[in-house]
Design a protein around this ligand. Structure first.
Ligand code: AMP
Ligand code: MG
Length: 496
């Protein structure tokens, strides 16, 4: 391949994975693309990474973020992994359309991966073309930024490049490449790949690497591998609780799409729920609703159980004992999740240090929201109006007015026991509950204009709003409302 390397602009790569994890990847380069063009660049993130945005403005940026030019110090590679997909183990997956360029240290001293997604075939592409279409690249860009702005751990987009070439899905579509930043790309499935081959040395090596990179604090524990697992359980319980509290549905919670770092990854057929229905499932390929909204917490535990299985030989020589220890560790997920969820849900209605009674109060509200099919996001946001003396906005969202009235009274009595002014609580509610989420019909409208008309105006507007989701802006009412009824149910297709 005649991919050329460039010395400028300078990116200070320090590639620990490539250096120390031989056997976990295959060195690879990108395919050739006819006319790469830098479409989006994330200036805020670039700053965090210590990159100089001006360096990437020119054609050089397009060349680097499409893999046509390999910056000095990069060591592009495709990582190997396995994964349970919809409950079935695929022992051989891997980066079929992604390249890890390398790692850099951000301005906070944290190590971050820079990965290209959609950069052409790798030895792990199987029957895939290794490519990505512009629509899904833009969706991942937008969703990652929306989640980040909501304070939820996630991979983020640094850039999006159009390739100038077509990709073939159900129809011909413009091709694109996403540059993605992650704490790392180590997945539950990475462990499964080596465990499935009974390669215990590699599972240990991977654990040691993941510990050093993500959870160095456990190195001193009496059983570091158990302590490591406990940390992953904690991180995932917290992550999924945060998804649930913003109405986010990942869509494909296969074990290859679950990180060890606790970041949300692989935004495919994901979406935010409008109308609160716990059974909501947007993905066209998830016909059984395995990854429906309400299934996400138990699926989290199911996936972590698969991770636990890979670690058994590291936990104790006596297999029975190892199973006993890890069963207990897996079962801790439930309480950790419940606690994280309750703390988050209580904060949404202005309560700190929630009690069991508060949980009942919250579940009463949820149950009314489900019965009345209210918009998930608006209800919480409108609670602050109540505390400022205006009940009308929240009332318009419910049918059961007497139930709502009773609940609001009970809620305000509880708030009074906190001895904080209602104005303070109202402000707090507004800082926690977004007014703008990436609503399906708005996402679809923006992607449609970008893909079919090459017009990014709607996308830029939406990205701007969801990047500042708590601040109400004049004239943006259309972005706060659910889809008109004629356009639901919404489906996202996995043609990613
Ligand atoms: P995903 O469902 O997007 O997380 O992908 C599951 C697996 O399929 C991963 O190993 C991907 O690398 C691979 N894959 C997805 N799309 C493609 C594609 N267009 N070409 C090659 N591999 C792909
Ligand atoms: Mg994936």
């Amino acid at each position: 391949m005649d991919t050329h390397s460039v010395a400028e602009p300078k990116i200070n790569f320090d590639n620990s994975f490539s250096r120390s994890m031989e056997g976990f990847y295959v060195p690879c380069v990108a395919a050739r693309f006819s006319a790469p063009k830098l479409t989006l660049f994330n200036h805020t993130l670039a700053k965090e990474l210590g990159l100089n945005a001006a360096d990437f403005k020119s054609d050089e940026g397009a060349a680097i973020f499409s893999g046509q030019a390999i910056p000095d110090g990069a060591a592009p590679l495709a990582q190997v992994y396995a994964g349970h997909q919809f409950g079935h183990l695929s022992p051989q997956l891997g980066d079929g359309r992604a390249l890890l360029l390398g790692e850099i240290t951000d301005t906070d001293g944290k190590r971050r991966d820079i990965q290209l997604k959609g950069s052409g075939p790798t030895p792990f592409s199987r029957n895939g073309d290794g490519l990505a279409a512009l629509g899904p690249v833009l969706r991942e860009y937008l969703m990652g930024e929306a989640m980040h702005a909501l304070g939820i751990p996630t991979t983020r987009a640094l850039a999006a490049v159009t390739t100038g070439d077509q990709v073939y899905r159900e129809t011909k579509l413009p091709g694109a490449i996403l540059t993605r930043i992650a704490a790392s790309h180590i997945r539950v499935g990475t462990f499964q790949y080596f465990a499935a081959r009974n390669d215990q040395d590699k599972v240990r090596q991977l654990s040691d690497y993941a510990i050093e990179r993500h959870y160095p604090g456990v190195q001193k524990a009496s059983n570091p591998y158990l302590a490591f697992f406990n940390e992953v359980v904690k991180a995932q319980a917290s992550l999924i609780a945060q998804w649930m509290n913003v109405g986010f549905i990942h869509g494909v919670m296969n074990t290859d799409n679950m990180t060890i770092s606790g970041e949300t990854i692989d935004y495919g057929p994901c979406a935010f729920m409008d109308v609160f229905n716990p059974e909501t499932c947007f993905s066209s390929i998830d016909t059984q609703g395995r990854y429906a909204f309400e299934q996400q917490p138990p699926i989290g535990q199911w996936n972590l159980t698969r991770l636990a299985e890979t670690l058994l030989p590291l936990i104790d020589e006596d297999e029975e004992k190892a199973v006993e220890i890890m069963t207990k560790a897996v079962n801790e997920y439930r309480d950790l999740y419940e606690d994280a969820w309750l703390t988050g849900a209580a904060a949404k209605i202005g309560l700190s240090s929630p009690s069991k009674e508060d949980q009942v109060l919250i579940l009463q509200l949820f149950s009314m929201m489900v019965s009345d099919a209210t918009d998930f996001t608006q209800v919480f946001r409108r609670l602050s109006d109540v505390l400022r003396g205006n009940c009308v906005p929240v009332q318009t969202l419910f049918k059961n007015q007497s139930g709502l009235k009773a609940w609001l009274n009970q809620w305000q009595s509880r708030l009074e026991t906190q001895h904080r002014s209602f104005t303070d609580v109202a402000d707090k509610i507004d800082r926690i509950n977004p007014i703008y989420i990436a609503r399906n019909h708005k996402v679809e409208e923006a992607l449609d204009a970008a893909v079919n008309d090459g017009d990014l105006t709607l996308f830029d507007d939406l990205l701007d709003l969801v990047s500042n989701p708590f601040t109400e802006r004049l004239g943006m009412d259309a972005y706060t409302r659910p889809a008109p009824e004629s356009t639901v149910p919404y489906q996202t297709f996995c043609g990613t």
